[in-house]
Write a protein that binds this ligand. Structure first.
Ligand SMILES: [Zn+2]
Length: 275
């Protein structure tokens, strides 16, 4: 009986540790995923036929991959452009509705690869620089839309690939109401059930569709969060502007350890591996 009590006590203690302390311990280590993902990059003809595969365009695309691989180097994750494809159909240069996106995928998607389509405009998400099929890697469906202009860059590509590999925006669905992500309320660890459901990304009060420039300033110090909104406990929000899955433009430069864990899990469970 004593033994049974001891086992029960152990289970209770271990159970209460597992949610927070275990995740805090794993958060400190950046997982090395050791994966090299094969990408097909599709350049779509524009409506004035001005976009063709010129050498300068190839250089732009190459630089996306060089810089993106620098971003994901800490997690031993690399992206290798195995094919640069040209889509000679200007009607796919603007994707406004889901049916149009599915048609593009039907006609040009390469299976077992991460497919990026470089286009003029898209309306599938509120993000002006692109769209990524959420967790598309698991079923080998969907892909990425990256908008072709002077503003959208490798950080936007990395962000949309994050969605494809199972990551949510740091601001989630706008439901993380406490600024400290590890807040424990009513027995729930809030960070595990709200926002992006990760505990090593601080709560982010960004509202999708807002102009990111109204949240931070580059004056005096680059990427200083200036939004003064407070959470429901009166504390100021203090999101990580450097997280790739945030929307803070050129402040973004890294994934968190838990985000790498999610990416690793998505890649492990993919039915057809793109690496
Ligand atoms: Zn996003």
């Amino acid at each position: 009986m004593k033994n049974l009590n001891f086992i029960l006590l152990f289970l209770v203690l271990f159970g209460s540790l597992s949610a927070q302390e275990l995740s805090q311990n794993t958060n400190r280590v950046t997982p090395c995923l050791n994966r090299n993902i094969s990408v097909v990059f599709h350049v779509v003809e524009d409506d004035s036929s001005a976009t063709v595969l010129t050498d300068s365009l190839r250089l732009v695309v190459d630089s996306f991959f060089i810089k993106m691989n620098e971003i994901t180097a800490p997690g031993c994750l690399t992206f290798n452009m195995c094919k640069l494809n040209y889509v000679p159909n200007w009607q796919f240069d603007t994707i406004r509705v889901q049916e149009h996106w599915e048609e593009l995928l039907d006609q040009h998607r390469v299976p077992a690869r991460l497919n990026v389509f470089y286009i003029k405009e898209q309306n599938l998400s509120l993000d002006p620089c692109g769209y990524g099929s959420f967790d598309g890697v698991k079923q080998d469906t969907g892909g990425i839309l990256l908008v072709r202009n002077a503003v959208c860059n490798e950080r936007d590509l990395a962000h949309q690939i994050g969605h494809y590999l199972g990551l949510m925006n740091t601001f989630g669905d706008g439901d993380e109401v406490f600024s400290r992500t590890d807040m424990n309320v009513g027995g729930d660890v809030i960070c595990e059930v709200s926002g992006d459901k990760l505990c090593d990304t601080e709560a982010d009060n960004f509202v999708e569709g807002d102009d990111p420039k109204t949240y931070y300033s580059d004056e005096m110090t680059p990427c200083r969060f200036t939004n003064s909104e407070r959470d429901s406990r009166g504390q100021y929000y203090d999101p990580d502007l450097g997280n790739i899955m945030s929307n803070y433009e050129d402040c973004r430069c890294r994934f968190s350890n838990q985000q790498y864990q999610v990416i690793g899990n998505s890649l492990d469970s993919a039915i057809v591996k793109p690496y």
